[in-house]
Design a protein around this ligand. Structure first.
Ligand code: FAD
Length: 708
């Protein structure tokens, strides 16, 4: 053979070429076949999973029936707290007397323990943000007697000021891949699973949102495509829709305001100009650039979007329907330690009703600190050193701002992610409640600086956001178009038992402190609030079994497993896609003889789910069908409904968290304030002095939605 090849080298060359061709053909066929089969299997599996998940999105009818239980009034809840306080005092008195007499009658001791159970709560939750409301709902529905206290309003902290995305975080996935960080990958995986649960449990308050990643360089197309496909794969059966490439033409069709050419933000000259504040408007007002990289297309992916504050309120209301004591405008002012033993265990807290100034002693078998960015302030009530010793702190907050623009900046169903800002982060431009929301910034608090209760966004932050989105838009956003601005404190958490500062990157931390036995939950994401709550209540139960023999003996048998992964919040059960049409149809008589306009009925269906009919009937019955301001579809009846069924106690509760008017349009909110006070005042029986106070306080509060 060799000889032959040597004699006829050209023949050999031909043969080799042919063999090579055959090999290449075979390999290509195999690869093609493999890829086709693989893609087919993948698509079939996902399509099946998606269908199955779609079925799962429908809540089973029997999943929650306690919602029919009437909501207790605030005064009734305080009466129960007072009743428990009196019984607790009596029982302690009795116990001390018994100890003195040293009587050993077993039956009497047994009776005492039963009384003890009726005079204390199983769980006291401090803070009514997403985490606290989630913990309260989980605990109460497992069978723990729960009380949650919130010093301002449900969601008044960070939980109303998020980007409103139920997401795993594409950025976190990128980090996980580049740093080969399995822990981070697990967090993305968990968050994607929880994203689906959130969409399922609050279908009226959430939806799937398509987000486009614009590509202005060819290399960005495969890079982001692979990234988004990886996001699909990690989501697995919790996937919402498949990510895909959109051509330039389709991107412009779907997102008409996207820039066809991107202004070169990395240009040194431009950057220097932008840094000068007074040059910002000049740059932002330039026509759509004719220079710069042209749009190559975009990668489309989906995430969940939701109304954060309304979901927070819905969680609190659902917990209350389940039997929990749910008190907003009530602060924990100090913790109660066990005087009778040496254990230094925290056995409750002194709470203050911020409306009346009255204080109450609440005893609980377990206390959970869900104060978010203020967790260290509550911890300092037990150990004052925490205030000054930074090594003992658990939370290091940073502030993040968002800007609201008119809705013409984004199409109704598409958002945009700017995957790399000049400081290496991501910024979103998203449609939300008929407006466009852009954000966020990330500004660390100075060492020793206290977390502000109502942070304000600065003018620099507004400029930063506008400058960042401007190159990606065909329109130049102006400061004058900004309708509202808000800022929230990110509660980045670290485990105080670990010294490594890189532990800050961990998503959420749940620790039981010694010797107090107080459980602290900090950090995390809105998306994972339910999972955090489940893990926390598991730890609460462990603690109760260890520390309370009476609980282990008498109550444990009645405790149910966690049920929140399939538990719709109030409004979820009768929710259906045609609800807005049904509201429009049913509201006909009251709404001035004509049907409510489509914006109003859509708004009612999206905000209240199956309770929208109740709001519409109230509007018809009480003749409260007028909009509070022509620019927003919020009607007067909502103020009354919020006071009766959603624990709304102040004008800012309504303007910021029952309706989202303050977040969407600050001028409209200021103009609606008087009518809100009038309606709320009538409902809550406010005198003129209280109304005057409320007016002053709310005007001051609304200023926090303007940049400083
Ligand atoms: C700018 C920004 C954007 C974000 N975007 C997203 C997003 O898109 N998706 C997502 O999943 N997550 C997002 N997050 C994270 C998410 O918003 C937070 O993780 C979550 O809201 C934290 O909830 P929380 O209940 O722990 O804290 P908070 O909501 O701050 O609640 C703590 C509550 O405790 C109360 N409190 C404090 N002290 C006391 C006391 N002594 N007595 C009684 N009550 C007290 C406070 O008043 C407060 O209401 C974002 C965060 C920020 C800052």
């Amino acid at each position: 053979m060799r000889k032959k090849e040597k004699i006829f080298p050209s023949l050999h060359k031909k043969k080799r070429k042919k063999r090579k061709e055959v090999w290449m053909f075979k390999t290509a066929t195999k690869a093609f076949f493999g890829l086709t089969c693989g893609s087919f299997a993948y698509l079939t599996y996902n399509a099946y999973a998606f269908d199955k998940d779609d079925e799962r999105r429908k809540l089973p009818k029997e999943s929650w029936s306690n919602l029919e239980r009437p909501l207790r009034l605030r005064s009734e809840m305080f009466s129960q707290v007072l009743e428990f306080e009196k019984r607790e005092r009596a029982s302690r008195h009795l116990k001390r007397g018994k100890r003195r007499r040293k009587s050993g009658d077993d039956r009497e001791e047994e009776e005492d323990k039963d009384k003890e159970e009726e005079c204390e709560f199983d769980l006291l939750v401090v803070g009514g943000g997403a985490t606290g409301a989630g913990v309260a709902l989980d605990a109460q529905t497992r069978g723990l007697r729960t009380i949650v206290v919130e010093r301002e309003d449900f969601g008044s902290g960070t939980s109303s000021k998020s980007t409103k995305l139920a997401h795993g975080g594409v950025r976190y996935l990128e980090k996980a891949v580049f740093n080969l960080d399995i822990g981070q990958l697990k967090l993305v995986f968990e968050a994607l699973r929880e994203r689906k649960v959130l969409l399922q449990n609050a279908p009226h308050l959430s939806q799937v949102l398509m987000i486009a990643t614009p590509c202005y360089e060819w290399y960005e197309v495969p890079y982001y495509w692979v990234g988004m496909k990886a996001y699909d794969v990690v989501a697995g059966t919790s996937q919402l829709t498949f990510s895909s490439f959109m051509s330039k033409t389709r991107t412009i069709q779907e997102f008409p305001t996207i820039a066809k050419r991107k202004l070169q933000i990395d240009d040194e000259d431009l950057l220097n100009k932008i840094k000068k504040r007074d040059a910002v408007d000049e740059i932002l007002s330039t026509e759509e650039p004719t220079l710069g990289k042209s749009l190559k297309g975009s990668i489309l992916y989906s995430d969940g979007q939701f109304d954060d504050a309304r979901l927070n309120v819905a969680l609190a209301v659902t917990a209350a329907h389940a039997g929990a004591i749910v008190l907003n405008h009530t602060s924990v002012i100090s913790l109660i330690k066990d005087d009778d033993s040496q254990s230094k265990k925290v056995i409750g807290a002194v709470i203050r009703d911020e409306e009346t100034g009255k204080t109450y002693k609440v005893h609980a078998k377990c206390v959970v600190n869900c104060a978010g960015p203020f967790a260290d302030e509550v911890r300092a009530m037990d150990d004052p050193d925490i205030e000054t010793d930074k090594n003992k702190k658990m939370v290091s907050p940073s502030l993040g701002a968002h800007v609201v623009l008119p809705k013409y900046y984004v199409p109704e169903k598409f958002g945009m992610i700017i995957p790399k800002t000049k400081d290496g982060r991501v910024v979103f431009l998203l449609p939300w409640l008929d407006h466009a929301v852009a954000g966020t910034t990330d500004i660390a608090l100075k060492p020793g600086e206290k977390t502000p209760q109502n942070p304000k966004a600065t003018g620099d932050e507004v400029d930063y956001i506008l400058e960042t989105i401007a190159p990606y838009l065909a329109l130049r956003p102006h400061r004058a178009e900004v309708l509202s601005v808000w800022s929230g404190a990110r509660p980045l958490a670290k485990d105080p038992t670990k010294t490594n500062s890189s532990d800050l990157s961990r998503d959420h931390v749940i620790v039981k402190e010694t010797p107090s036995d107080v459980i602290v939950v900090a950090g995390g994401k809105w998306t994972t609030y339910r999972l955090m709550a489940e893990e926390t209540v598991d730890l609460v139960l462990e603690t109760l079994i260890e520390s309370s023999p009476s609980f282990a003996k008498n109550q444990l048998k009645n405790i149910k497993p966690c049920r929140t992964s399939n538990m719709g919040v109030v409004g979820a059960h009768g929710h259906k896609d045609s609800l807005s049409a049904a509201v429009a149809q049913s509201g006909g008589e009251g709404f001035g003889g004509s049907n409510p306009d489509p914006d109003v009925s859509r708004h009612l269906a999206k905000s209240y789910g199956d309770r929208a009919m109740a709001v519409a009937s109230l509007a018809s019955f009480a003749k409260l069908e007028k909009r509070l301001h022509p620019n927003v579809p919020v009607i007067e009846a909502e103020v009354v409904y919020a006071a009766r069924a959603e624990f709304c106690r102040s004008a800012s509760d309504f303007l910021a968290r029952r309706s989202r008017m303050a977040f969407l349009d600050i001028k409209a909110s200021e103009m609606a304030l008087e009518r809100v006070i009038e309606l709320l005042g009538r409902e809550l029986k406010w005198g003129w002095r209280k109304r005057r106070e409320e007016r002053k306080k709310t005007k001051e509060f609304l200023k926090s939605f303007r940049a400083t």
